[in-house]
Design a protein around this ligand. Structure first.
Ligand code: ADP
Length: 471
C-alpha cells in the first residue's frame, strides 16, 4: 500500500521500493567510455575522443545524479576523471600538452562533482519530501479508518473528497468520492449540507434509515481555510448518539413515571399528617403536635422534590404549559418575602419596588423567584442580609436577589443553569439539593421570552437576576 501510493505520487521515486543504484551508473558510464575508445580505434584517430568524452561525461553525470542521487552522479564523475587520465597516459602526452591535459581534467572533474552534488542532493531531497508527505497521508488514512466516528471531507463546491466506511455504514449507503453533498440521493448528506450551512460548530441530526429505524447523530464540522482565509475544505465528524438518546429517553420516562406514582401517596400522607395534627391539637398533646409538624415538613420537602422532578420531565418531553394571569409582580415579590422571612434568620430586604403589572403564569414566576430566594438563603451565612429589587427598565421588569454568601466561580456560572448541575466543590456539597431549580427556572423564564443570569464572585456573594417583558 505504501509503495503503491509512493509510486502514484512520484513514478520516478525509488524510495520505499529499492535504494538508489550504484551498479548501473558504474556499468553504463564504463560502457560509454569503452564505446568511445572503440570508435577512436575504428576511425584510427586516438585524438578524436576529446569532445565526445567531455560531453558524454557531463551528460552521464547529470543523468545519474538526477536518477540515483549524489552517489550515482559521483560515480559517473569519478569514472570520467579516470577516463581522462587514461587518455593522457595512453596518448603519451608530454610537456605543455600534458600540463594542460591534467589541468583540464582537474577542472572538469571538479565541475562534474559539483553537478553531482547539487543535482543528486536535489533529487534525494525531493524524494524525502514526497515520501514524508506520502507517509503522513498513509498515517492519516489509518487513523480515519479506525476512528469510531464517521468522517467526511468536502472540497470546493461541496464535493466529497473523502468518506470513511464507518460513515457509510451509519447512513446505510455507498457514497462516491466526487459527489456533491447538496441534493444527494442519500438524504443524510443533504441533511448534513443543511446543518453545515447553519454555520454551527456542532449540531444534532435525526435520520430515518433504510429499515425505517430512527437514529440520532451528533455532527461537528470545521472549515479548513487557506492563507487568505478562503475555505478550501470542510471536515465533518459524525457520531451515532442513538443509544445515548434511547437511554436518556428511558431515564426521562422512568423519572416521569416514578414522580407521578410518588405524587398520589404523598398527597394522602400529607392529608393524614394534617388530620393527626388536628387530632393532637384538640387533645392538647404538644408532643404529638410537634411530631405532626415535623412529619408535614418532611412530606412537603418530598413533595417539592417530586414536583421538581415532574417539571424536569415536563420540560424534557415538551409538556410544560403556562397560564396567562394578570398580576402585580412587585406585590407578589413582597408577599413571598414576608412568607420566607417568617422562617429564616437572615434579613430579607426589599430595597426597591417599582410598580410592575405583568401578564404571565403567576405560579411559575413565583416558583422562579422562590427558588432564587431560597438558594440565596441556603448558600449564605445566617448573618448576611439578602437584598431584593424589583425594577422597571426599558419595558422590562427586572428582579434581582443579592446575597453575600459563598459565591460561584466564573467557570461554574455558565453551568449552573444546566439540568442536574451542582457546583462540585467540598463547601457546596454540604448543602442539600439536586440541581433542578435553576434549570426549571431558566426554562420558565425563557418560555416567557425573558432572561435569567447571575453576577457572582467566589466567596463574596451572588446576585441573581431575571427579566420579563412587560406586555
Ligand atoms: P440546588 O437544588 O442544588 O440548589 P439549583 O439548580 O437551584 O439546585 O442550583 C444549582 C447550583 O448552583 C447549586 O447546587 C449551587 O452550587 C449553585 N448556586 C445556586 N444559587 C447559588 C447562590 N445564591 N450562591 C452560591 N451558589 C449558588
Amino acid at each position: 500500500m505504501s509503495v503503491s501510493l509512493l509510486k502514484k505520487l512520484n513514478p520516478l521515486s525509488k524510495l520505499g521500493n529499492k535504494s538508489y543504484s550504484v551498479l548501473i551508473p558504474f556499468l553504463i558510464t564504463l560502457l560509454t567510455f569503452l564505446l568511445i575508445e572503440t570508435y577512436a580505434y575504428l576511425v584510427g584517430n586516438p585524438l578524436a575522443v576529446g569532445t565526445p568524452a567531455i560531453f558524454s561525461a557531463l551528460a552521464l553525470t547529470i543523468y545519474f545524479s538526477a536518477r540515483d542521487g549524489v552517489r550515482g552522479g559521483a560515480i559517473a564523475a569519478v569514472l570520467s576523471v579516470g577516463y581522462y587520465l587514461y587518455i593522457i597516459y595512453s596518448r603519451n602526452y608530454t610537456g605543455q600538452q600534458l600540463t594542460s591535459g591534467v589541468v583540464l581534467t582537474f577542472l572538469l572533474g571538479a565541475l562534474y562533482l559539483i553537478v553531482a552534488l547539487v543535482l543528486g542532493w536535489l533529487r534525494q531531497r525531493i524524494d524525502t519530501l514526497i515520501e514524508k508527505e506520502a507517509y503522513e497521508k498513509i498515517r492519516l488514512q489509518a487513523i480515519l479508518k479506525q476512528l469510531p466516528a464517521g468522517v467526511l471531507i468536502t472540497g470546493p463546491k461541496n464535493k466529497i473528497e473523502y468518506i470513511n466506511q464507518q460513515l457509510e455504514k451509519m447512513i446505510d449507503g455507498k457514497v462516491e468520492v466526487g459527489d456533491s453533498i447538496n441534493n444527494h440521493e442519500n438524504p443524510f448528506l443533504t441533511l448534513l449540507y443543511k446543518t453545515a450551512r447553519q454555520r454551527k460548530a456542532t449540531a444534532e441530526l435525526k435520520f430515518e434509515g433504510k429499515n425505517k429505524r430512527i437514529r440520532y447523530f451528533k455532527i461537528s464540522n470545521s472549515e479548513v481555510l487557506d492563507k487568505k482565509g478562503k475555505q478550501i475544505a470542510k471536515v465533518f465528524i459524525v457520531d451515532d448518539i442513538s443509544l445515548e438518546k434511547e437511554l436518556e429517553k428511558r431515564k426521562d420516562d422512568f423519572i416521569n413515571m416514578a414522580s407521578h406514582e410518588l405524587k398520589t401517596p404523598l398527597t394522602s400522607l400529607n392529608l393524614y399528617a394534617s388530620l393527626f395534627k388536628k387530632n393532637a391539637a384538640s387533645l392538647k398533646n404538644e408532643k404529638h403536635t410537634l411530631l405532626a409538624d415535623n412529619i408535614k415538613t418532611q412530606i412537603e420537602r418530598l413533595q417539592r422534590l417530586v414536583d421538581d422532578l415532574l417539571d424536569v420531565s415536563r420540560i424534557q418531553t415538551g409538556k410544560l404549559t403556562f397560564s396567562k394571569d394578570k398580576f402585580r409582580l412587585d406585590d407578589m415579590i413582597e408577599e413571598t418575602l414576608e412568607i420566607f422571612q417568617a422562617s429564616t434568620p437572615q434579613n430579607l430586604v426589599l430595597s426597591k419596588k417599582n410598580q410592575v403589572s405583568l401578564v404571565a403564569d403567576k405560579f411559575r414566576i413565583y416558583q422562579v423567584f422562590a427558588n432564587i430566594l431560597s438558594n440565596a438563603i441556603k448558600y449564605s451565612s445566617s448573618s448576611g442580609d439578602i437584598i431584593v429589587e424589583v425594577k422597571k427598565i426599558n419595558g422590562q421588569a427586572v428582579v434581582s436577589v443579592k446575597d453575600s454568601g459563598i459565591g460561584i466561580s466564573k467557570q461554574e456560572q455558565t453551568k449552573i443553569f444546566d439540568r442536574l448541575y451542582q457546583v462540585n466543590e467540598e463547601t457546596v456539597k454540604t448543602f442539600p439539593g439536586f440541581g433542578m431549580g435553576l434549570y426549571i427556572s431558566k426554562e420558565i423564564i425563557k418560555r416567557h421570552k425573558g432572561r435569567i443570569w447571575v453576577d457572582s464572585e467566589k466567596d463574596k456573594g451572588s446576585t441573581f437576576y431575571f427579566s420579563l417583558p412587560i406586555n
